[in-house]
Design a protein around this ligand. Structure first.
Ligand SMILES: Cc1cc2nc3c(=O)[nH]c(=O)nc-3n(C[C@H](O)[C@H](O)[C@H](O)COP(=O)(O)OP(=O)(O)OC[C@H]3O[C@@H](n4cnc5c(N)ncnc54)[C@H](O)[C@@H]3O)c2cc1C
Ligand SMILES: *[C@@H]1O[C@H](CO)[C@@H](O)[C@H](O)[C@H]1NC(C)=O
Ligand SMILES: *[C@@H]1O[C@H](CO)[C@@H](O)[C@H](O)[C@H]1NC(C)=O
Ligand SMILES: *[C@@H]1O[C@H](CO)[C@@H](O)[C@H](O)[C@H]1NC(C)=O
Length: 488
């Protein structure tokens, strides 16, 4: 038996016994057929498998799960849901990675894009055409064969859909900007069932809105991204230190930052590895291309404090890189609650306070000791080259992303994890606002759903509301951070 199969049995049991839909909406019988599959609870194990999400906090029980096999399958599903009285809730699933329940529904319909995952290079190899249900691993596989790269997730299993609609911060963003900055065009199924192409010259307001506006404008069934010549091999370091060395590490990071180049990135994490579960700091420096000065770049992390572990590997391309953490994700507890936000710097005082809160939280109980903090320090200047009015992504001054991640295997631990995640996120957001004089808000890709539209979209909310009035006036897309259509 494969490792992991044992774990599935209790999970299915849990779903069967504890997840009855809260609301039974009266639904007309299905009066249409699609080329793809439809699952209901009567389909047993297949249906239960299809409920699964990366974070088990995101699992809900819909009445129908549709797997469109072609674009034309989607409009009749939308029509069925919107013409029912009352309308049936619609949720759209890309990779199923978001730690909210936005891609799931309790008693409604899930449109699972998993079968729409084809990827093809354009004839000139200058762009890659990706269906809306693909995950980044599907894209990297095709690009790997042609020795090309594209700005995408550091992890293969993240969905291209949700990732891109939330901006898309990848390891290559230091050199090439966000995923949305590399988006050339898209095909969108609108709430009324129309299928439109959008680009800087076709439905340009829709093109502006989907680049940062999330799931509020339609189902993106195809993305066309710009490709770049192979950026590998990538040098990836893993350095681990005792938690008490944090002040020295923060100083080392400032030294590293002073010389940071576009091809260099650093992840900082707080975690408690077994068997001792003592607080540790992990640094994952990353350098693209055959840099000759790797030792020089890594010097700050070795100069004043000796790591407990110091490992440097070379990986050939994004495909290989995106599988680098598979073992640790397989072992991680499955109830994940994340909040993410943007910060202009990783200030020492702020990180010391975050560390203290994280240490106290994870000391308290066995259930939550896998909760962690992760900061991504990708070279922050490429993303500022974009005109701030070109996309709906509203933070265009130099910044990094910060995330706080509550993890456990037990439902009973959700509340304490939620409180921890909310308190650290609030603290960091306020700290950043006080330091910069500007509220960077919360990040939609790592939001929980209790944020306001203003928190997420900032100054761009009013323009997004006008776009909403044009592309979804009836508010068919009710999941996520809902944008009110502008009234005029
Ligand atoms: C472990 C982990 C690491 C992460 N690392 C990064 C990172 O490095 N950089 C980064 O930018 N983000 C990162 N994220 C955040 C991630 O990008 C978001 O959670 C994203 O929403 C996931 O996309 P998905 O399609 O897998 O999610 P889903 O849960 O399927 O969907 C999320 C939302 O997007 C909508 N959606 C998905 N596809 C479509 C589509 N085709 N059309 C319309 N709406 C759609 C869904 O309806 C839902 O509202 C990470 C998340 C996790 C859990
Ligand atoms: C595009 O890439 C493919 C796969 O490597 C290759 O066979 C083809 O010749 C390339 N086409 C162009 C125009 O470079
Ligand atoms: C930046 O790099 C230069 C050249 O290698 C080095 O002399 C200097 O010490 C580095 N700066 C910091 C702050 O480490
Ligand atoms: C969108 O947000 C950016 C950054 O705050 C701002 O520069 C731009 O003017 C905003 N656009 C609109 C239409 O408000």
């Amino acid at each position: 038996m494969l490792p992991g199969v044992h774990a599935i049995v209790p999970i299915l049991g849990f779903i069967i016994f504890f997840l009855a839909p809260k609301t039974q909406i009266p639904m007309a019988p299905l009066s249409f057929a699609i080329k793809g599959r439809v699952l209901t609870a009567e389909d047993g194990a297949e249906y239960l498998n299809a409920l699964n999400r990366f974070s088990h906090v995101s699992i809900l029980k819909p009445q129908h799960i549709f797997f469109p096999a072609e674009l034309d399958d989607i409009p009749p599903i939308l029509n069925y849901a919107t013409s029912n009285d009352p309308p049936i809730e619609l949720a759209v699933k890309g990779g199923g990675i978001h730690s909210s329940a936005w891609a799931s529904s309790d008693g409604g319909i899930v449109i699972d894009l998993a079968q729409l995952n084809k990827v093809a290079l354009s004839p000139d190899n200058q762009s890659v055409i990706v269906q809306g249900g693909a995950v980044w691993g599907d894209v990297y596989k095709v690009c790997q064969e042609a020795k090309l790269e594209v700005v995408g997730s550091p992890l293969w299993f993240v969905g291209v859909g949700g990732f891109t609609l939330g901006g898309g911060y990848g390891p290559l963003s230091g050199e090439h900007g966000l995923a949305i900055d590399n988006l050339l065009s898209a095909i969108v199924v609108l709430a009324d069932g129309r299928i439109v192409r959008t680009s800087p010259t076709e439905e340009p307001e829709l093109f502006w809105a989907i680049r940062g506006g999330g799931n509020q404008f339609g189902i993106v069934v195809e993305f066309t991204f710009k490709t770049h010549p192979s950026a590998g091999p990538f040098t990836v370091g893993t350095l681990i230190y005792d938690g008490e060395k944090l002040p020295l590490i923060l100083k080392a990071i400032q030294d590293w930052k002073a010389n940071q180049t576009a091809n260099s990135r650093l992840n900082l994490m707080f975690f408690r590895p077994g068997p001792s579960f003592a607080p540790k700091i992990m640094l994952l420096p990353w350098i693209a291309g055959s840099a000759s000065n790797v030792e020089e770049i890594l010097a700050p992390f070795r100069r004043t404090v000796t790591p407990l572990l110091d490992k440097v590997n070379s990986v050939p391309d994004m495909f290989a890189l995106s599988h680098g953490s598979d073992a640790s994700f397989a072992a991680a507890p499955k109830r994940l609650i994340i909040r993410g936000l943007f910060i202009a710097d990783i200030w020492g005082d702020m990180m010391m306070e975050v560390f203290k809160r994280w240490r106290d939280h994870t000391e308290g109980s066995e259930d939550v000791k896998s909760s962690g903090i992760m900061c991504d320090l990708t070279f922050p200047y490429k993303i500022t080259e974009i005109d701030p009015s070109a996309t709906a992504s509203h933070v265009r001054r130099p910044h990094y992303w910060f995330s706080v991640q509550g993890r456990s295997n037990r439902v009973e631990a959700d509340d304490v994890n939620k409180a921890f995640v909310a308190s650290v996120a609030r603290y960091v957001r306020e700290y950043n606002t006080q330091k910069t004089g500007e509220d960077f808000g919360a990040w939609i890709s790592m939001a929980q759903g209790d944020e306001s539209a203003k928190d997420i979209f900032g100054d761009n909310l009013s323009r997004l509301r006008r776009a909403k009035a044009r592309y979804d006036p009836q508010k068919v897309w009710t999941k996520g951070i809902v944008i009110e259509p502008a009234s005029e």
